[in-house]
Write a protein that binds this ligand. Structure first.
Ligand code: ADP
Length: 154
């Protein structure tokens, strides 16, 4: 069985923190699927198409990265794509507490799933999509927080 991981998230927008986790995961898996989730309860700031286009630009030419969108449960998405690993990044103890419960519930829903956590690189520990959105909203410059080669200007 191939070692495929899905990295699920909203990526609203993708940040250097996400990019770092994805690049660090590449040597660990045969393929990384970036799963852009459509969250029923969370109205996104950027459209799904914008979010997907930016991710495509960042990883253009990387054959072992696939970008897919999905709605519904992450475990259902994993099952339908033959994926056994869910990849998540951990920044803080609060992330850990949240991820622990989601990961353990996912394990009950689909026992063959393993959630793999990568510790965030220290320079990205305070970085989140919501902070980037906030800076953008107030007209600030987000260049240092988002991957090179994409332009988020509104
Ligand atoms: P979600 O809404 O599912 O949390 P996000 O797009 O906010 O989606 O995050 C997706 C994943 O990326 C999560 O595992 C999150 O912990 C991780 N992540 C977010 N920001 C960073 C960062 N700065 N460094 C490392 N991982 C991060």
């Amino acid at each position: 069985m191939e070692n495929i991981a899905v990295f699920p998230g909203s990526f609203d927008p993708i940040t250097r923190g996400h990019e770092s986790i994805i690049r660090r995961a590449l040597p660990l898996f045969s393929k990384v699927i970036i799963g852009i989730g459509e969250n029923r309860d969370k109205k996104s700031f950027f459209s799904l198409e914008q979010r997907r286009n930016w991710i495509q630009t960042i990883f253009a030419g990387e054959r072992r990265i696939e970008i897919l969108t999905y709605s519904g449960l992450t475990v259902t998405f994993c099952r339908s794509h033959n994926v056994r690993f869910i990849l998540r990044g951990l920044r803080t103890a609060a992330d850990f507490e949240f991820e622990r419960s989601v990961g353990q519930i996912n394990k009950l829903l689909l026992p063959e799933i393993e959630t793999i956590f990568l510790l965030c690189a220290p320079e990205y520990a305070s970085l989140s999509s919501s902070i980037v959105r906030d800076i953008l909203h107030h007209g600030g410059d987000v260049k240092q927080f988002i991957p090179e080669g994409i332009d988020l200007s509104l």
